[in-house]
Structure formats: structure tokens, C-alpha cells
Write a protein that binds this ligand. Structure first.
Ligand code: SAH
Ligand code: SF4
Length: 384
């Protein structure tokens, strides 16, 4: 439809509702470019402008011919959201953004900066959302308490990383200017975790497509081994993920060693009991030969006793896995206090007696509600 002949209101609506170009895979972009009678190498230039140089608008993509830029502008946008709230923790390690999608839905993205320690190099990790809200209702989770709104598109998932990548690159460049640190070191975001709002494997296709975009060697090029998808434990999707050709890490939210305890905080356990989840995990390990990460949120008085640790050890012994123990981030609505250091340590020691390796995960951004869904919950409370 040409702009001239259309009703101006309709034309305005059409422009407002243009799809995001970030929803397309590289192959789809090639097809679009071909359809516009442009040479194939233009697709690669466009992809590089979008995902490597992070050019924020078609107008600024100076490697592309002006006519192509105008055509793209007619049919697509590069934007997915605007920033509603942005906060940095007092220690400067964590940035959190509440993003307003084009239809008004709110999602959260977090950037966490970690200094090098004995085990790992310094890194910058982005935690991204895959759904607006979540249907699964875990009782300790701020997102779960807000209900499901909708699936995120591929572009909406990837753009969260791009947003934080701009910040991370800018600060790396500023630091290099001062320190003359080695330029060979990768700049910007080093790791991505799908641990924000929503259940990634309930938005399976878009999650996988987003992983492929993040991993693409002409774009952000985040190594698959630096990408972690966290799931509440959907057995069929875990097995399916094991058959994909991507080498990402899988984290499974276990949070209890038995069905009675797990069903109290995770309604999904009634549909997919723990045995099913563990069986799927064993299949996954057998198919991929990759270690699974089990997440275990420690809830004071609920799942954090040495006896729970003993049962968890029995459940997981002999399996290629690692347990991340996470003292709960208290939410406004959740009734669970955070256990003390002694309880976490005793829990960890008991796991060790079964030969099950674990880490107590460092907490970040508590002062800015950096836990899953907490900033949105607060923003909604404040605007109510
Ligand atoms: N839906 C997926 C991924 C998003 S949640 C999943 O459940 O795995 C990412 C992780 O944060 C999960 O392990 C989840 O259990 C955990 N989490 C949720 N609420 C939390 C809280 N209040 N404190 C600490 N961890 C929490
Ligand atoms: Fe959903 Fe994960 Fe929160 Fe459970 S913990 S409600 S699955 S986002």
C-alpha cells in the first residue's frame, strides 16, 4: 500500500503497528532483502548493523543504500520497547530496567557485573524475560504472583540483551581509555541467562530463535556455553531441548527434593511431578553429555533443613549436575524469610557428603528489587 493514497489515520496506524525487524532470523532477512530486489550481501550488512554495531535506526545504517533504508523504514521498526524505570544498585554492580513494550506490557531486564574470582573471569551477565508475566504461579516468585499476560516475540527477547550491551560496551570503552586494558578481551555482555520474567520453555520456539540470534557469529556472537536457559521443569521440552543443535546450558528449578514439599510452592509439580522432571533431566544429560544446573531457592523453614539436603543428595547423586543454592529474595507478597548463612552452609555440606557439587549463589541488586518480577510488582503498586 502506498503512503499517498491511504487514509492518513490508517497510514498512521499502519506505521505504528509495523513489525519489528528483530523478530526475523537471518534466513528470513535474506528473503526480505531478495524480495526488495536487493543483492544478497545487503542482508549481511543489515544484520551486522542491527546486531554487531547496534545501530538504533534504519536512518543511521550508513552502509545501506538510502533507498533500501527508506523501504525498510516503511515496513519495519527497530524498536521493541521504551524504558519506563531504570535503577542502579548502590554498589554499582547491578542495573535493572523496567521496559514498556509497544502494547503497554511491562517486562524486566537486569545487567549484573561480576569481578573476577578464583574460579571465573570477570563477566557481565544479562538476565532477560521471555514472557510478560508467568502462568505457573510459584509462591515465592513475584512474577508468578502477577499472572500471565503474553508471550514475548523473538525481537522483544533479543532487544533486552542489545539494550544492556550498549551500556556494557560504553563502560568498557571508557575503562579501556583509562586503563589501556588488553583490547583482545571481549567487550560488552559476556553471558546471558533466561531467568527474568516468564517460563522460557513455555515460549519454546521464540526462546530458541532468540538463542540463535544471540549466538550468530555476524552479530552479538555470545557463545552458546555462555547462555543459560532456566526452566520450571517441563519434561517434554527438556527432552526436546536435548535434541537441538545448540550447546547452551540448562538450569532446572527444583527447589525441593520430594513431591509433597515441591507441590507446596510450585503448582506445576501437580502436573509434572519430580520423578518426571528428573527422568527428563537424565535423558537430557544422556543425549547431550552436558551438566545440568539445578536451582534450589532456600526458603526458611520450608525446604532448607539438613534433612531436605539429605534427600536432595540422594535424588541427584551420580548425576552429571551442579546445584545452585539461592537464598530467597523476599518479595512483597511471598511469606518466606531468607535463611541465614549457617543454614545455607549446613545444607551445602550435606549435599557434599553425597558427592553433589553446589554453590551458594552471590546475591545481587537486593536494594533495587532485582529479583524476578519484583520491579514490575513495585511499579504497579506505586501507580495503583
Ligand atoms: N520460569 C523459569 C525462569 C525464570 S525464574 C524458572 O522458574 O526457572 C528464574 C529463577 O529465579 C528460578 O529458579 C526461580 O525459581 C527463581 N526465583 C523466583 N523467585 C525468586 C525469589 N523471590 N528469590 C530467589 N529466586 C527466585
Ligand atoms: Fe514462573 Fe519461573 Fe516465577 Fe515460577 S519461578 S512463577 S515458573 S517465572
Amino acid at each position: 500500500m502506498s503512503a499517498g493514497s491511504a487514509d492518513p489515520n490508517q497510514e498512521e496506524r499502519r506505521l505504528r503497528e509495523r513489525p519489528s525487524i528483530l523478530d526475523l532470523s537471518f534466513a528470513e532477512l535474506e528473503e526480505i532483502v531478495r524480495g526488495l530486489d536487493e543483492p544478497a550481501y545487503r542482508a549481511r550488512q543489515l544484520w551486522i548493523s542491527l546486531y554487531r554495531t547496534l545501530t538504533p535506526s534504519f536512518g543511521e545504517m550508513s552502509t545501506l543504500a538510502r533507498s533500501l533504508r527508506a523501504k525498510l523504514e516503511q515496513h519495519y521498526t527497530v524498536d521493541c520497547f521504551e524504558t519506563a524505570v531504570e535503577e542502579r544498585s548502590k554498589d554499582g554492580s547491578t542495573d535493572k530496567a523496567l521496559l514498556r513494550l509497544r502494547d503497554g506490557e511491562l517486562i524486566e531486564t537486569v545487567l549484573m557485573r561480576y569481578e573476577a574470582d578464583d574460579h571465573r573471569k570477570r563477566r557481565k551477565t544479562v538476565c532477560i524475560s521471555t514472557q510478560a508475566g508467568c502462568a505457573l504461579g510459584c509462591t515465592f516468585c513475584a512474577t508468578g504472583q502477577q499472572g500471565f499476560r503474553r508471550q514475548l516475540s523473538v525481537g522483544e527477547i533479543v532487544a533486552q540483551v542489545m539494550r544492556m550491551e550498549r551500556i556494557a560496551r560504553a563502560e568498557d570503552n571508557a575503562e579501556i581509555a583509562v586503563n589501556e586494558r588488553s583490547r583482545g578481551e571481549r567487550q560488552g555482555v559476556t553471558n546471558v541467562v533466561f531467568m527474568g520474567m516468564g517460563e522460557p520453555l513455555a515460549n519454546y520456539d521464540n526462546t530458541l530463535a532468540a538463542v540463535r540470534v544471540l549466538n550468530h557469529d555476524q552479530g552479538l556472537h555470545i557463545g552458546a556455553r555462555h547462555i543459560t536457559v532456566s526452566t520450571v521443569g517441563l519434561p517434554d521440552q527438556i527432552v526436546r531441548l536435548g535434541s537441538e543443535d545448540v550447546q547452551i546450558n540448562l538450569a532446572v528449578s527444583l527447589h525441593a527434593p520430594d513431591n509433597a514439599t515441591r507441590s507446596q510452592t510450585m503448582p506445576i509439580n501437580k502436573r509434572h511431578p519430580i520423578e518426571e522432571v528428573i527422568e527428563a533431566c537424565r535423558d537430557y544429560v544422556a543425549a547431550t553429555n552436558r551438566k545440568i544446573f539445578f536451582e534450589y531457592v532456600l526458603l526458611d523453614g520450608q525446604n532448607d533443613s539438613v534433612d531436605h539436603a539429605d534427600r536432595l543428595g540422594r535424588l541427584l547423586r551420580g548425576m552429571l549436575c551442579h546445584v545452585n543454592l539461592i537464598p530467597v529474595n523476599p518479595t512483597t507478597e511471598g511469606p518466606y524469610p531468607r535463611p541465614g548463612r549457617a543454614a545455607s552452609k549446613a545444607f551445602q555440606e550435606k549435599l557434599t557428603t553425597h558427592g553433589v557439587a553446589s554453590t551458594v549463589r552471590m546475591e545481587k541488586g537486593i536494594d533495587i528489587n532485582a529479583g524476578c518480577g519484583q520491579l514490575r510488582a513495585r511499579a504497579l503498586t506505586e501507580t495503583r
